[in-house]
Design a binder for this molecule. Sequence first.
Ligand code: FCA
Length: 332
Amino acid sequence: MKRTLSILAQCIPILASMVLTATSQAQATEPVKIGFLVKQAEEPWFQDEWRYADQAAKEKGFLLVKIGIPNGEKMMSAIDNLAAQKAQGFVICAPDVKLGVAVERAAKRQSLKVMSVDDQLVDGAGKPIASIPHMGISAYEIGKQVGQGIMEEMKARKWSMQEVGALRMAFDQLPTARERTQGAVDALKAGGFPIANIIDAAQAKTDTESAFNAANIAFTKQARFKHWLVFGLNDEAVLGAVRAAEGRGLRSDAVIGIGIGGSKTALNEFVKPNPTGFYGTVLISPKRHGYETAINMYKWIAENQKPAAVTLTNGTLMTRHNQAAVRAQFGL
Ligand code: FCA
């Protein structure tokens, strides 16, 4: 009996170490799986982001799970779904930044790492959640580039500013949208544009259709202007307004619109044989936002390297004339 006990005692550490080795092997071989959740999967910008995130997955050999999350409910079930599939983390552009606390809580509960892209998540008081790493655009600066671009083109056309309206396509509940259009407004003011001629058109959503509807109302109310400048948070906002202007007979000789993005929405306009009121866009980088965030998340999971708290990317004005060169500069 004594002998059996002593053999057993000798075996325990061996058994324990076998169990430990098996567990750590399981952890080491558990494939890295990363979610990439976006609020508007049909928007070309987000399609591009996904495409570049896929490239990162291929390069590093991790699995990428792409899910569209048009509302809070879909977002919460996507996070649960990722946990059920044993993902270790996700990158997110939420349908509403005020869902920030819910995102962070769900991620913690499921032991998932989380970082945000494009739209920075905020807490109940509207303050950015510093513990969630973020990659976004330098919204105010990029907005200023938009404002300077439309002012320059307006001056080149020698329009009399008194006859020009400037349409701000507004989506003010989203901080990055507010900052972008504020940058443009400030550039207009700095260029001497009359403040009274800046007109707001509030969009219900950030897509082309909502922009079209909002702009139509504004154009009807402000029929006194002969020419229009148009700016907003993205290419869809400006495109919707440009289409609404066309419906009222205002074409490329009467409208100067500059968007933000530079994905297919803008490129489709540039390849049309005749220029439209969609004069240009500030190209931002879906490659950095898709590829780099996915790589950052991978390194966080596999190498325990937490991404920088905030990374802001910049943009370059692109028109139909310089599109190829500017895109090449961005490695697109
Ligand atoms: C926001 C906008 C998108 C895109 C992105 C960088 O999420 O809604 O259209 O501009 O920022």
